[in-house]
Design a binder for this molecule. Structure first.
Ligand code: ACO
Length: 327
């Protein structure tokens, strides 16, 4: 067990809301198709000209405020995302600057597909338990709307933008990380990808013309792997914690598709009332989906001291994992 407490949570959703009906006026799709396949009704999109790190800064500020802490209290900043503000030096320094962190506070970017936030919380737990960090601000933020083709209806309707953050601090007592399971399966590297823009394939004019700088997804393959991956990681993390499925008060799964979430819950016989779902309002916000969900639950007063929470996700790579926490 890693003793720690979630001192505060925060989240930010950009104000621009785009409904399925609005999308259906711009492309060949329908509210019925999107809702029945994914559970999504609307999504928030980052306005043109705005940058993703501003969302991360705002979510982190809200987490600090909720914790009653200031930027002086942040010992390490970990930023999980799939979209870098710029390839070098990533996003974390921009969030550090936006928060006004003192100039010697370490920061790092962590990329693990949509599982990035789960991986970041596990890494933060290790840094806290080893005494390497005195506290960790973990931010998950995403603006995949900037990396989908708005001409590819099978992908663009799925994603929304947003950010979430948690401030983790060492603690004595019962609260902390009870169990962790993290995995990677590179045989599924093709399922979700942006092919060009890196060293392997620097973006050429031809790449951009063919849309290789944008997100490609093999939806059916993702769907087939996702449930199995979240089930495996969750059972392993619970076994490490010495707990059963029935001991979890709140499951907060990555919000990729309501049918994936429902199939996952069915496989583990989890009652619907214990599974957090907000995909209808925010769509798939990738690494931001779990901290946004956690913040919603906490602000609604639905998480009580002693509750057991399971955060579970899968994503590009394929990466997948579960962290089990006691609040
Ligand atoms: N509106 C209308 N029709 C569409 C749309 C759309 N937005 N998108 C695709 N279609 C069409 C296709 O062209 C295809 O038509 P065709 O049969 O004439 O060729 C048809 O719909 C495909 O329909 P289905 O096969 O029934 O679609 P399916 O039920 O497989 O749903 C979906 C597709 C929603 C992408 C599903 O496979 C899925 O959810 N996969 C998981 C993907 C996922 O979760 N991604 C999240 C990103 S990954 C992550 O977060 C880690």
């Amino acid at each position: 067990m890693i003793n720690l407490r979630v001192a505060g949570t925060g989240s930010y959703l950009p104000p621009t809301c785009v409904t399925n009906e609005e999308l259906a006026r711009k492309m060949e799709t329908s509210d019925e198709w999107i809702r029945s396949r994914t559970g999504i009704r609307e999504r928030r999109l980052l306005a043109a000209g705005d940058v993703p790190s501003d969302m991360g800064v705002e979510a982190a500020r809200r987490a600090l405020l909720a914790a009653g802490r200031t930027t002086e209290d942040i010992g390490l900043l970990i930023v999980a995302s799939n979209v870098f503000e710029q390839p070098v030096p990533g996003t974390a320094p921009f969030i550090s600057k936006g928060l006004g962190l003192p100039g010697d506070v370490p920061f790092l970017d962590l990329m693990a597909g949509c599982s990035g936030f789960v991986f970041a919380v596990a890494v933060a737990g290790g840094m806290l338990s080893s005494g390497t960090a005195r506290s960790v601000m973990v931010v998950g933020h995403e603006a995949l709307s900037r990396f989908v083709s708005w001409e590819d209806r099978s992908t663009c309707v799925l994603f929304g933008d947003g950010a979430g953050a948690v401030l983790l601090e060492p603690a004595a007592g019962e609260s902390g990380i009870l169990g962790v399971s993290l995995h990677g399966d590179p045989s599924k590297v093709h399922l979700l990808r942006i092919e060009s823009g890196g060293v392997r394939a620097p973006s050429t004019v031809e790449d951009v013309r063919q849309g290789r700088h944008l997100l490609k997804m093999e939806g059916e393959g993702v769907f087939r792997s996702a449930v199995h991956m979240m089930v495996r990681a969750s059972l392993e993390a619970l076994a490490h914690a010495g707990l059963g499925v029935e001991d979890v008060d709140w499951w907060i799964p990555h919000q990729a598709n309501v049918r994936i979430i429902e199939a996952f819950a069915r496989r583990l016989a989890i009652p619907e009332s214990r599974v957090f779902v907000n995909i209808d309002r925010v769509a798939n916000t990738s690494t931001a989906s779990i901290p946004i969900g956690l913040d919603e639950l906490v602000r609604a007063g639905r998480v009580r001291e002693g509750d057991v929470l399971a955060l579970t996700a899968f994503g590009a790579g394929a990466s997948y994992g579960t962290v089990v926490l006691r609040w």
